[in-house]
Design a protein around this ligand. Structure first.
Ligand SMILES: O=c1ccn([C@@H]2O[C@H](COP(=O)(O)O)[C@@H](O)[C@H]2O)c(=O)[nH]1
Length: 278
């Protein structure tokens, strides 16, 4: 079984370091001339898959925008995941799950067990019930070649109060998360399967990312104000592991497929220039 880290490494080598989100915001649906309903979400997601699924390394559906339409929205998410897999892009479901370990095991089955209709290549997870509570996700991911991206330093301004709080050993909460994920990835080649989420908006992190040996998902580019050039200041020598992520910045170019592709190509060129020129 090829690991997620190896599959991601290959996808980024072949297609470039870029993740594009599928976030059917009501405002974007309106801009695309679509109704804010299940049909609109379905058309939106299909358009993104058709335009980008065969050229972007990782596509990241944001579960919340599908879940808001209940079971019919989740059915669209399931078919979006299937379509993306057929196009060859890796699917990272942004769902930020976290709970006590016995419940995390059920989340792991939902997203990381190949027999589930919501099975994806990787998920985002919240470590705030303790990184150890996510063990069932790490274990199932390892068993089936999946990945888990754990929140460390998020792109929103509210995150810092929790993530930069210091524990008894003097480390920040985020550094403790970073260190635990680094241990899980130790020795993995070419890349570990356990990633971290570090926002592109946060400036010099003041945190040590040098031993992570796993992918660093960087949301916050475009609509939240960060630019590709900001990645240098945030990640420094860890830039080669960065997976830049854009949603509204690219999606805002739709619904025209050529315009969506051009926006994704621009984003990729901007990020390549920074990641390659570190
Ligand atoms: O720290 C985080 C973690 C996740 N996100 C998610 O990424 C996208 C960002 O969308 P943009 O339109 O590019 O701002 C969205 O789905 C967030 O939930 C994040 O922004 N920051």
């Amino acid at each position: 079984m090829e690991s997620f880290g190896a599959r991601l490494h290959r996808a980024v080598t072949e297609r470039g370091p870029l993740c594009v989100g599928i976030d059917p915001h009501p405002g974007l649906l309106a801009r695309w001339g679509l109704d804010d309903d299940v049909r609109g979400v379905d058309r939106f997601a299909r358009t993104v898959v058709d335009a980008l699924g065969d050229r972007v390394a990782v596509v990241k559906p944001q579960s919340a925008f599908f879940e808001r339409f209940g079971s019919r929205g989740v059915a669209i998410l399931e078919s979006t995941i299937r379509q993306l897999r057929d196009c060859g892009s890796l699917v990272l479901l942004d769902v930020k799950r976290g709970d006590i370990g016995s419940t995390v095991a059920a989340y792991a089955s939902a997203y990381l067990d190949p027999s589930s209709s919501l099975h994806v290549d990787a998920v985002t997870a919240s470590p705030y019930l303790g990184v150890g509570s996510l063990a069932p996700m790490f274990e199932l991911a390892a068993e089936h070649g999946g990945g888990v991206f754990v929140l460390a330093l998020t792109s929103n301004p509210e995150g810092a109060a929790v993530q930069r709080a210091r524990g008894a050993d003097g480390r920040t909460v985020a550094q403790a998360v970073i260190d635990e994920i680094s241990q899980l990835n130790a020795g993995a080649e070419p890349l570990g399967s356990y990633g971290l989420v570090v926002g592109a908006t946060i400036g010099d992190t003041g945190h040590d990312l040098s031993r992570v040996n796993g992918p660093l998902l960087a949301p916050g580019l475009g609509a939240q104000g960060a630019t590709a050039a900001d990645l240098r200041g945030v990640f420094g020598s860890s830039l080669p592991a960065v997976l830049p992520s854009y949603s509204r910045e690219v999606l805002g170019a739709g619904p025209d497929a050529a315009a969506l592709r051009a926006a994704a190509d621009r984003a990729l060129a901007d990020c390549r220039a920074v990641v390659a020129a570190r």
